[in-house]
Design a protein around this ligand. Structure first.
Ligand SMILES: O=C(O)CCC(=O)C(=O)O
Ligand SMILES: [Fe+2]
Length: 255
């Protein structure tokens, strides 16, 4: 069964860096709407505002010493359980979900996901499409090429290791992916450990060189031969991960 799943998943591999899976239309429009309804039904206090986006944290607080776990709500486990079972890439059920909301001119600076997580991430995209860029981790020696520098200020996301992407390693080439609504992106291996991923904070993003352009992708329009995604609406993403180190939420009662 697991073997069958892996074979099924292999057809969604995109690009040449191990290993990136892009599954178009992973959820239906109705499921997308249901998820968005639940996300926007959460109390305003559930949102944490960062400089360049808002986010909701589900599953508990990630600390260096582990996750102070809280159960995911059923509307989230419905999709995380499906991702867990169908991908067979996670060692245990997904127990942490970060929901990011981006306005058309918002993004996330190049970063690597923090060490608390198992090095596999599944990102479900809802709403407006966006381009995600992968650039080689700057810590590689023999850096010989230069990539576009994302000049966005650092934000205070504790579960991320963030760094500038001025230098990149020549044998690892940058690549990008067009993330269409309802698609599921999964990345692991080198794409997780040797690359930073980010989204530029501009409303118009080129995607003519995205590695998944032939993978069921439809984009808004073309300008002078360049395929461009015009971000006209809000994008909401669900970053689904596993934290293996889980701390018991001990409540000390006095008396
Ligand atoms: O919104 C996305 O697609 C990416 C989010 C992300 O990289 C993260 O939460 O670590
Ligand atoms: Fe990330």
């Amino acid at each position: 069964m697991a073997e069958e799943n892996l074979t099924a998943l292999n057809k969604y591999i995109v690009g040449s860096v191990p290993t990136v899976f892009y599954i178009p239309e992973y959820v239906t429009s109705a499921e997308e709407q249901l998820l968005l309804n639940n996300i926007y039904r959460a109390p305003i206090s559930k949102w944490k505002s960062l400089k360049n986006r808002r986010l909701q944290n589900w599953g508990g607080v990630v600390h260096e010493k582990g996750l102070l776990a809280q159960d995911l709500p059923p509307w989230l486990t419905k999709v995380t359980q499906r991702i867990y079972e169908e991908s067979t890439l996670f060692p245990s059920a997904i127990n942490h979900v970060l929901i990011n909301e981006y306005l058309p001119d918002q993004g996330i600076m190049p970063h690597q996901d923090g060490p608390a997580y198992v090095p596999v991430v599944a990102i479900l995209s809802l709403g407006s499409p966006v381009v995600m860029d992968f650039v080689p981790h700057p810590s590689f020696e023999n850096a010989t090429c230069t990539s576009e520098n994302d000049t966005e200020d650092k934000n205070s996301e504790p579960a991320h290791i963030e760094m500038s992407s001025d230098k990149c390693e020549s044998k690892y080439l940058p690549f990008s992916l067009a993330l269409m609504p309802r698609s599921l992106l999964i990345f692991k291996d080198k794409a997780y450990s040797d690359y930073l991923h980010g989204i530029k904070d501009c409303a118009s993003q080129r995607c003519d060189e995205a590695v998944n352009v032939t993978n069921g992708l439809k984009v808004d329009g073309e300008t002078g031969g360049d395929t461009v995604i015009n971000r006209t609406g809000t994008r909401v993403s669900l970053t689904c991960r596993v934290v293996t180190k889980v701390r018991k939420n001990l409540i000390k009662l006095s008396g």
